[in-house]
Design a binder for this molecule. Structure first.
Ligand SMILES: [Cu+2]
Length: 473
């Protein structure tokens, strides 16, 4: 490099970093729910480096019911982020290499187009970096905003970021992180096994599960929140939605103070506070008597029939004047829990004929394909192409083997509709690939036929990811 160029380059680098360099740099402490990072003690702004990772993983949504969650940091809700008003945040969003989908983040605490969404759009195995300044104090939701947005949120991609005001928040004895979300599964509430996402129910807003912190019972029993008589508690309550508004209530407590909608306005002596989808509230109360305090969405069928029920166990001396009665244990345990537990996954199978291949293939489809291509193979317009009556599939079924084995990206046309997205490579055995494609080929007006494990094995050796021409990715 010529000396003059070098000087310009160094000069530029300095110009870009000079301002940020005046602030002390620190790495954010991120916590998984129900924990909250410690209060900020500094009395000046800092440059805060945040490193968050999107991870897709199967977890229990209820006893014996599994769900493929898409997460920020491996939990639902995602990790809690705490910064101070005036801080400059350098946000690193990494998408785990095993992810099947691209993800991004829209933080409601960001002032700027999309809340960071476009700047943070991240393919699997990549990291995006963007910066923002926390201009307004308050408690804010963040969520994934990758298309189809509703689906990413419905799968659990949301969390909270607290921007403390410059003067800080009044100290309390305990702080907890509770976030509600609604979930839509093919099976009804409690139906065992791995349950795929149900787009139709989501559009109709007919939730099967409404839960705090990602699962029925996530805050019950030995996972209940704890506190002692005499202590003050601050709950950071969020609602990821995607659809439902929460009527947040703690049975047997009155919120001494609520930061309405997570902002500056403080309401006092509140029984039930409304937490909008994509919104938050801070609820504070002092504990005067011991016992189990049940947190609910007071849209009450959600609490007792869909999972929106958590617990805070308070220990300490009774105060018979404040409350004389006997506090019974387990009165409010949710119905339908611990009915039946099925072994995870299904045993390895070898199909003896085409009928068996289709039967086993149906299971593979429901567990691996249905979330995107939908239960009737109809797909989702603009996002996932149909595999029902698909000219792309029927024209060349062996190519479909490659699609499942190695993935597909770039523009394609299916039945006249254009798609330009990414189908991830599926980690399936030769047998499973043969079974699922035989099932698909013989369902929903496709042309029939059979794919054998031998064909799949051969394609596995030869193939590589298919990139359609003109790919923008
Ligand atoms: Cu996402």
């Amino acid at each position: 490099m010529k000396l003059s160029k070098l000087v310009v380059a160094v000069g530029l680098a300095f110009a870009f970093s000079a301002h940020a360099n005046t602030l002390p740099v620190e790495e954010a402490v991120l916590t998984s729910p129900p924990l909250v990072p410690p209060p900020i003690t500094r009395d000046h702004a800092a440059k805060v480096v945040v490193k968050m990772e999107t991870v897709e993983k199967v977890m229990e949504i209820a006893d014996g019911v599994e769900y493929m969650f898409w997460t920020f940091g491996g939990s639902v809700p995602g990790q809690f982020l705490r910064v101070r008003e005036g801080d400059e945040i350098e946000f690193h969003l990494s998408n785990h290499p095993d992810s099947k989908m691209p993800h991004n983040i829209d933080l409601h605490a960001v002032t700027g187009p999309g809340g960071g969404a476009a700047a943070s759009f991240t393919a699997p195995g990549h990291t995006s970096v963007f910066n923002f300044k926390a201009l307004n104090p308050g408690l804010y939701v963040y969520h994934c905003a990758t298309a189809p947005v509703g689906m990413h949120i419905a799968n659990g991609m949301y969390g909270l970021i607290l921007v403390e005001p410059e003067e800080g928040l009044p100290p309390v004895d305990r702080e907890y992180y509770v976030m509600q979300g609604d979930f839509y599964t093919k099976g009804a509430y409690g139906e065992q096994g791995l349950q795929p996402f149900d787009m139709d129910k989501a559009i109709r807003e007919q939730a099967d599960y409404v839960v705090f912190n990602g699962a029925v019972g996530a805050l019950n029993g030995d996972k209940a929140l704890t506190a002692n008589v005499g202590e003050t508690v601050r709950l950071y309550v969020g609602n990821g939605g995607p659809n439902l508004v929460s009527s947040f209530h703690v049975i047997g407590e009155i919120f001494d103070k609520v930061h309405v909608e997570g902002g500056d306005l403080i309401n006092e002596n509140v029984q039930t506070t409304l937490v909008p989808a994509g919104g938050a509230a801070m609820a504070e109360f002092k504990l005067d008597v011991p016992g189990n305090f049940i947190m609910v969405d007071h849209s009450i069928f959600r609490a007792f029939n869909k999972g929106a029920l958590g617990m805070m166990t308070v220990e300490g001396p009774e105060d018979k004047v404040v409350y004389s009665g006997k506090v019974a244990d387990n009165v409010y345990l949710p119905e339908g829990s611990a009915v039946q537990v099925m072994p995870n996954g299904h045993p390895k199978v070898t199909a003896k004929n085409k009928e068996e291949r289709m039967m086993y293939g149906k299971r593979v489809y429901e567990a691996n394909c249905q979330a995107c291509h939908q239960g009737g193979g109809e797909g989702i317009p603009g996002a996932f192409p149909p595999v029902a009556d698909s000219d792309f599939l029927n024209e060349n079924p062996t190519r479909a083997v490659d699609v499942v084995l190695h993935g597909l990206k770039g523009p394609i046309k299916v039945n006249g509709q254009a798609f330009d997205s990414i189908m991830p490579a599926m980690r399936l055995s030769d047998e499973d690939v043969a079974n699922v494609l035989t099932y698909v080929l013989n369902s929903w007006d496709n042309k029939g036929g059979e794919i054998t494990p031998e064909v799949v094995a051969k394609r596995r050796e030869e193939g590589k990811p298919i990139v359609m021409e003109g790919s923008a990715h």
